[in-house]
Design a protein around this ligand. Structure first.
Ligand code: GLA
Length: 596
């Protein structure tokens, strides 16, 4: 049935009836598709009437001109499921989404053009956006409420006023949506500060909404100064928060979240929980922040939300359900059965493959005079290896990477020399304690540099974050030219040649080089589980070819979530890529008594 949703006399109105939106964010791209329905049912059973999702451009157009709307990228299926459950859908197709997602959802390949300007009226950027919207928007228009679907509203850009003030750009996106047939309510969302609202709003035709974690009265008051007669909506009610590597895990008290929600609803406002359910940054899709330093986000996007990373209901869920019930009555929808969990014991990793011995099986080297960035070589994620020959003899000289994005392991004639970290690397000539200094023998040396892209910045003025090496490599003051470069996206490990791990390799300590370790485990009945990385230092885990994410012993994350649908009945393959060291070539699954 065709419907209308809009704004009238300070209220949201659906088919002529006033409605209040109680919406929850969940990102289909952070949840395996087999669980989309479970999460949506739990949203409904909590009393919500709407689901909100971003749409990440980089997932849907992984290479320029080639599109992906299958599996976890099947946005249409996600929206149709929500429709079947009688939920309203709010979409935020942006092009930029922030969301602690790699590059805020922008495709890395935009940066193949070193002159690219982002999020403003720059024609090369807009042309690429138009080509994407020509494919994306026609998939969404049949799902609009005006065409009988569940989508009631769409956002333009994302918190644009926190970034820029190019109103013509916002208007360009708006016109692009309208021209392609989007006739539902359009809105912007911003922080409740003057400069943010001034930069991000597109009044009077586009509804402005605000994002906040507390003090709703103040935020709505600020919004009201610019937009007095419209319904109030908090488009992101931050009921939890995300974690960076090396930080303490964030927790927001349930009571606190419940009290603020009560105030929001008592004021008559509508709300979208960010996040109702966070999910997981599978693969290399985590983003990063950069204020004073580079801070990559962890694999889990648990967010201390109402459902935890594995989709289980939490105390916070129960507390919020009560507040919602107080305002709109207890939901009738039933709660789905809890998802089964299982401990698959210990997996012994019985084979290994040394990364440097496998370079030619993983990648075709490219010769370049200077070290190119990943994007210039057509690569978006993972690692990149740079190799050059240095003449000798030379006295001890400092290895300088100008600039490293984000973390490099340095090798001289195959011998590990140390780490160069983006946050802690001085490109001047002074030698400090942790700098890498090498001497070159008369016959010369091979210098190898393996750079890890730890996730592009997703927020703020350092958004443009090309990876690998951006300028050059020096020994002392001298730039080194002439490089063999291996792109290592790690998206296909089937060519690796493993060999049995000898008994003497079963020792603890540093590895001579990054190494893939392989083992298998038997599953009678696939169920959710968590992999513990105790004794391992830094790397990624692949189960049946699926990259379940990064681990790092600096925490706070200690386990990786393995959704049951990634497992198969029978023998399952597990590969760990470890960069530094491990205590024992084995990994353990979590015992569920330990959870909590
Ligand atoms: C902002 C962004 C969101 C997200 C949150 C923090 O509000 O709009 O995408 O990044 O911050 O989690």
């Amino acid at each position: 049935m065709k419907s209308t949703f809009g704004v009238n006399a300070g209220k949201f109105v659906f088919n002529g009836q006033a409605v209040r939106l109680i919406s929850g964010a969940m990102h289909y791209f952070r949840i395996v598709p087999a669980y989309w329905e479970d999460r949506l049912l739990k949203l409904k059973a909590c009393g919500f009437n709407a689901v909100e999702t971003y749409i990440p451009w980089n997932l849907h157009e992984p290479k320029e001109g080639s599109f992906n709307f299958e599996g976890i990228a099947d946005i249409k299926r996600f929206i149709e499921l929500a429709h079947r459950l009688d939920l309203f859908v709010i979409v935020r197709p942006s092009p930029y989404i922030c969301a602690e997602w790699e590059f805020g959802g922008l495709p890395a390949w935009l940066l193949a053009d070193a002159n690219m300007k982002l999020r403003c009226m720059h024609k090369p950027y807009l042309d690429k956006l138009d080509a994407y919207y020509d494919v994306l928007i026609p998939l969404l228009t049949p799902l609009l409420c005006t065409n009988g679907g569940p989508i009631i509203a769409m956002q333009i850009e994302n918190e644009y006023g926190s970034y820029g003030n190019d109103k013509a750009y916002l208007a360009y996106i708006k016109d692009g949506l309208v021209r392609r047939g989007v006739d539902v309510l359009l809105f912007t969302s911003d922080g409740a500060e003057d400069y943010m609202l001034q930069g991000g709003m597109l009044l009077p035709k586009v509804l402005a909404t605000v994002n906040f974690g507390s003090k709703p009265e103040q935020s709505f008051e600020k919004l009201g100064q610019y937009q007095p007669d419209k319904p109030k909506m908090c488009m992101e009610y931050w009921n939890g928060w995300f974690d960076h590597w090396g930080e303490i895990h964030h927790v927001r008290e349930n009571e606190d979240v419940a009290v603020e929600l009560d105030r929001i609803l008592s004021s008559g406002a509508s709300v979208n929980f960010y996040m109702f359910h966070g999910g997981t940054n599978f693969g290399f899709y985590n983003g990063a922040n950069y204020f004073n330093r580079y801070e990559p986000t962890v694999t889990s996007y648990d967010y201390n939300a109402l459902l935890n990373e594995a989709g289980d209901i939490t105390e916070k869920y129960l507390a919020i359900r009560e507040v919602i019930a107080k305002h709109v009555g207890m939901p009738e929808a039933l709660m789905p059965e809890p998802i089964k969990k299982k401990n698959y014991g210990v997996v012994r990793l019985i084979e290994q493959a040394n990364l440097f011995a496998q370079l030619d099986l993983l990648s075709q080297p490219v010769y370049s005079v200077y070290p190119e960035t990943m994007e210039r070589l057509g690569q978006s994620y993972g690692f990149i290896h740079y190799r050059t020959i240095v003449s000798g003899p030379r006295p001890e000289s400092k290895v300088v990477i100008q600039e490293v994005r984000d973390r490099a392991l340095v090798y001289l004639d195959g011998e590990y020399q140390g780490v160069i970290d983006r946050n802690d690397h001085d490109i001047g000539l002074d030698i400090r304690e942790h700098d890498i200094v090498v001497a070159t023998p008369p016959e010369g040396s091979t210098l190898g540099i393996l750079v890890e892209n730890m996730g592009r910045v997703n927020y703020g003025w350092m958004l443009k974050d090309p990876k690998g090496i951006t300028e050059g490599v020096r020994l002392g003051g001298q730039f080194l030219f002439g490089w063999d470069i291996f792109t290592l996206p790690m998206d296909n490990l089937t060519n690796l040649e493993f060999e049995p791990l000898a008994a003497q390799d079963e020792r603890s300590g540093p590895l001579a080089s990054p190494t893939f370790f392989r083992g298998s485990f038997e599953v009678a009945e696939p169920a959710d589980t968590f992999l513990k990385l105790e004794g391992w230092s830094k790397g990624s885990v692949f189960i049946n070819g699926f990259n379940i994410g990064r681990y790092w012993n600096i925490g706070p994350q200690k386990t990786l979530y393995v959704p049951g649908p990634l497992l198969i009945e029978g023998t399952n393959e597990l590969i760990v890529l470890e960069l530094h060291a491990m205590i024992e070539p084995a990994v353990r699954f979590q015992d569920f008594m330990e959870l909590g």
